[in-house]
Design a protein around this ligand. Structure first.
Ligand code: PGA
Length: 311
């Protein structure tokens, strides 16, 4: 039993939760042979099978159920330990002021959930606005941390590369271009285009791309909100280019479709930044570490849900 590792238990818990070795491997970003190997070692240490396969379904044996109970106890104890240690570090109370762009609002609130569970005493203030306004807030030192794309070049800032932000061409379900492959930029630009407001980083990236390619967009309308643009597209007012994450909740089966336009997705990146002269509070530092450790996992989970949304 002494040879049982926390990693084996984590893998076991993921299999028990998802009912599948494949899903567990995906959830934990492991290969399937690694998952099988971990389970082989755990089964050997326990001395009894933990799962049985009936038809195509995986069931826990009585021994497996016992191991699962212990796994959950251990994980509960570990998170209690985390909280107690947080208290030692002064994380019991305090404020966290975040400012993120309107594209990052599609995943940052999801990231806040588990963080708040660990540190329930921390009060979170989340400001959502466009890139330009965010840079102004940064200059005025109004928040602890900022998440945005295309960081400003003229400011003295600390910059951590964070996640990828793919921009995609979006049209309504019934649009004539939906069935076409490899649509040229020129063809796409003939469609009435709904543009984000000036000051938006999304707009800046779109304008740069079309200027570089020397293609003029047919801008019919300007709207200062991703959600309102989505509604306008559904209403048949035109097409647009937005972060793929704006479609996260509706998924592939929603009323909007991603067009296969040449040069898309346009790969942007989000960064976490703060003024170089700023002394981060313990709360902000802990959140920054949490973002860098856990951000990718949670956003990959959102991606997975998006890809699975048509099944
Ligand atoms: P925005 O976001 O269009 O709301 O400014 C762009 C970004 O994430 O940088």
């Amino acid at each position: 039993m002494k040879r049982v590792t926390l990693h084996q238990l984590e893998v076991f818990e993921a299999i028990a939760r998802s009912g599948s070795f494949t899903r567990a491997a995906e959830d934990l970003f492991l290969t399937q042979p690694t998952v099988s190997q971990q389970m082989k070692q755990l089964t050997k240490a326990v001395g009894m099978p933990l799962f049985e396969l009936v038809g195509k379904r995986l069931y826990l044996t009585d021994a497996g159920k016992e191991v699962l109970t212990v796994c959950r106890d251990i994980s509960e104890r570990l998170s209690q330990m985390e909280m107690t240690l947080a208290d030692f570090k002064g994380l019991k109370q305090g404020n966290l002021r975040l400012a993120v762009t309107t594209t990052a609002k599609y995943f940052v609130p999801r990231l806040l959930g588990p963080f708040r569970q660990c540190y329930p005493g921390i009060k979170i203030f989340l400001k959502v606005t466009n890139r330009e306004r965010l840079v102004e807030r940064l200059t005025e030192n109004l928040d602890d941390l900022y998440i945005l794309g295309q960081p400003p070049e003229n400011l003295d800032i600390n910059l951590c590369p964070f996640l990828e932000n793919p921009l995609v061409a979006i049209a309504p379900h019934n649009h004539p271009l939906v069935q076409q492959k490899n649509i040229s930029l020129q063809r796409f630009a003939e469609e009435p285009f709904i543009m984000r407001e000036s000051g938006s980083g999304t707009r800046m990236a779109v304008e740069n791309l079309f200027a570089q390619k020397k293609v003029s967009l047919n801008v019919e309308m300007e709207i200062g909100s991703n959600e309102a643009i989505k509604q306008a597209i559904v209403g048949g007012l035109g097409v647009s280019v937005l972060s793929r994450y704006v479609l996260a909740l509706e998924g592939i089966k929603g009323p909007l479709t991603i067009l296969d336009v040449e040069g898309f997705p346009l790969q942007l990146h989000w960064y976490i930044l703060y003024p170089a002269s700023k002394q981060l509070s313990i709360v902000a530092r802990t959140f920054l570490e949490y973002l860098l450790d856990e951000g990718k996992r949670i956003v990959d989970q959102i991606d997975l849900e998006f890809r699975n949304s048509d099944s």
